[in-house]
Design a protein around this ligand. Structure first.
Ligand code: SAH
Ligand code: SF4
Ligand code: F3S
Length: 473
């Protein structure tokens, strides 16, 4: 058993990050253990977790397991958890209640909990003390150990908790069963060293460490060969890519080299405003296959709050960058993240956020009520603002967000834009996809178009999506 440790999770050293190409192995004894059996995989949280789940699915299928979407059908249930906010946590606790019930009647069901929640010391302890029926608990650093843990569990039928509070290495060569055949997530950086005062990620994911460019580019080339049209480069602060490698090769270089692979579409998330260089902006502007879409979280429009959030920029600096992006990258769409109700956020602070939003008129924003995460500096800041007040602020902000979302979508009506058609739409006999600027479009077209980039005439704009028809080739 290995339990996480909150003090260790906070530590950052200059220790070299090792890259492993051979850590993942399936023991011979369980090579085909999954033949005829099924697994259910539930994923919460950010794109990084979504991609980790693709790796988990890859591992399960290498052992012969088949995926199912129903609990009752499954021999193994895996939950890949998120700890970013209380409600992400609560969703998992809720689902665990259902699984416990099922396990009472299905004794040979194997249950696995992974992801960010077990990286929290208190949560791992809770699983040990109160959730003895969970067979395997693992963290974000040791997905590659899943086959070993499974083998152990099948032998001893005891609870196995293996969660490490380490800065982390880089594990290459994990298999991936990707959700899409057309667009793929590609990790370029793990962890985070920004330590925004409200955020749990630096504790659950370890220190910021960049994957080697040669490994990233090889993955992109392989994806292109397999027919993928789009890659999204993933990291918590992608702009800081390469800084830890100290070889002068940074995000601008990586973007340029990725563009040179010739893959049709390149995206990247998330960009912290702090590390956005002019060179990066030029590379984005100059390469047609780097999409003109930037997710640039502002978090708050008040300098007082930004400072207490430890965000490292002022509203003025942020705005300067925003206008530079708009100016240099033609047609760029910019989205953001905003937290309302940070400890002791005043009505004036909040109004400054609204004011900045009214000025910048984002394409879209993901808005959240501040959620206290134990162990973070913000969790001990005094907070006199009531939950009711915070909810009211969120609603007021969302009205502004929706207003500008519709306004920005309306600009597309009657225009013809390229869309990567990804799959059937929720709506009858339509297909769906995204514009270069990340606008969701529902299109009247046959399924034969799935997987292709097509010119689409936009016929209608809604707050969250566009409607369109295929334009003749
Ligand atoms: N690395 C990214 C953000 C990753 S987390 C960045 O810095 O831009 C995604 C979003 O969740 C954050 O941008 C923030 O808006 C929100 N978030 C993080 N911690 C939160 C908390 N404790 N309460 C509410 N929202 C939070
Ligand atoms: Fe969290 Fe800040 Fe790191 Fe983003 S940059 S993951 S908000 S600590
Ligand atoms: Fe959640 Fe972990 Fe991502 S806390 S948002 S799954 S990095």
């Amino acid at each position: 058993m290995n339990l996480p440790n909150a003090k260790e999770a906070r530590k950052r050293t200059d220790n070299k990050v090792d890259v492993y190409y051979d850590k993942y192995q399936i023991p011979a004894s369980i090579k085909n253990v999954g033949k005829g059996k099924k697994y259910l995989l539930l994923t919460y949280g950010c794109q990084m977790n979504v991609h980790d789940s693709e790796n988990i699915a890859g591992i399960m299928e290498e052992m012969g397991y088949q995926r199912t979407e129903t609990m009752e059908d499954s021999n193994i249930i895996i939950i890949n958890t998120c700890a970013i906010r209380e409600n992400a946590h609560n969703k998992v606790i809720g689902i665990l209640g259902r699984i416990k019930k099922l396990k009472e009647t299905k004794k040979d069901l194997i249950t696995i909990v992974g992801g960010c929640m077990p990286q929290e010391e208190k949560i791992a302890l809770m699983f040990e003390e109160k959730y003895k029926w969970i067979d395997i608990v693992l963290g974000t650093h040791n997905i590659y150990e899943l086959p070993l843990l499974l083998e152990k569990t099948m032998q001893d039928r005891k609870q196995n908790i293996e969660v490490y509070s380490i800065e982390g290495d880089i594990i290459e060569s994990l298999p991936a069963k990707r959700d899409s055949q057309y667009k793929a997530w590609v990790n370029i950086q793990y962890g985070c060293d920004k330590f925004c005062s409200y955020c749990i990620v630096p504790y659950t994911r370890g220190k910021q460490r960049s994957r080697l460019a040669k490994d990233i580019l090889e993955e992109v080339r392989n994806l292109k060969e397999q027919g993928y049209q789009e890659v999204t480069l993933l990291g918590q602060n992608v702009n800081a890519y390469g800084k830890d490698l100290n070889d002068g090769y940074g995000m601008a270089d990586l973007l340029r080299d990725t563009a040179n692979t010739g893959i049709a579409r390149i995206r990247f998330v998330t960009s912290h405003p702090w590390d956005f260089t002019d060179e990066m902006i030029d590379v984005i502007a100059q390469n047609k296959n780097i999409m003109p879409y930037i997710h640039l979280p502002i978090q708050s429009g008040s300098n007082n709050i930004l400072k207490r959030m430890n965000r490292l920029y002022t509203v003025e600096e942020y705005k300067k960058l925003y206008y530079k992006l708009k100016d240099k990258i033609p047609g760029v769409s910019i989205t953001t993240d905003i937290i309302v109700g940070f400890p002791n956020e005043t009505e004036e602070d909040f109004e400054e956020t609204i004011k900045v939003y009214e000025e910048l008129k984002y394409d879209l924003a993901y808005t959240f009520i501040y959620s206290k995460r134990e162990g973070t500096p913000a969790s001990v800041m005094p907070d006199k603002v009531s939950q009711e007040e915070k909810e009211e602020r969120l609603q007021r902000l969302n009205q502004v967000v929706n207003k500008y979302a519709l306004e920005s979508n309306l600009k597309y009506v009657d225009k013809v834009v390229p869309v990567l058609i990804e799959g059937p739409s929720d709506k009858n006999d339509k297909v769906m996809g995204y514009t270069e600027t990340m606008k969701l479009v529902n299109i009247k077209a046959s399924r034969e178009n799935i997987g292709k980039i097509k010119n689409v005439r936009i016929t209608e704009a809604k707050t969250w999506s566009l409607e369109g028809v295929l334009e003749d080739d």
